[in-house]
Write a new protein. Structure first.
Length: 83
């Protein structure tokens, strides 16, 4: 059975991106909070968030002038598959 994520998607997933996905799953938040919670540089976080959005694993909602990131169904399925 073929993966619902595709080979291209699996090639962009790293341990750091998985940590970001797990953090967003437990606590949807903005980039600065994700950077602080995960102890990663802000520029590093935003690069990963862009790649995760491009892969349609996360999406963002504007709230109080901040983008709050949350998992898409595809992102939830990926985390479940990685358990």
């Amino acid at each position: 059975m073929a993966s619902p994520f595709g080979f291209q998607l699996m090639s962009i997933i790293s341990k750091t991106k998985i940590k970001i996905l797990e953090e967003i799953n437990h606590n949807p938040n903005h980039g600065y909070a994700l950077s602080h919670n995960l102890g990663l540089p802000l520029t590093f976080i935003y690069q990963h968030l862009k790649e995760l959005r491009d892969a349609e694993l996360i999406d963002a909602e504007e709230k109080e002038r901040k983008k709050i990131y949350h998992l898409t169904e595809k992102g939830k399925l990926l985390l479940k598959a990685l358990e």
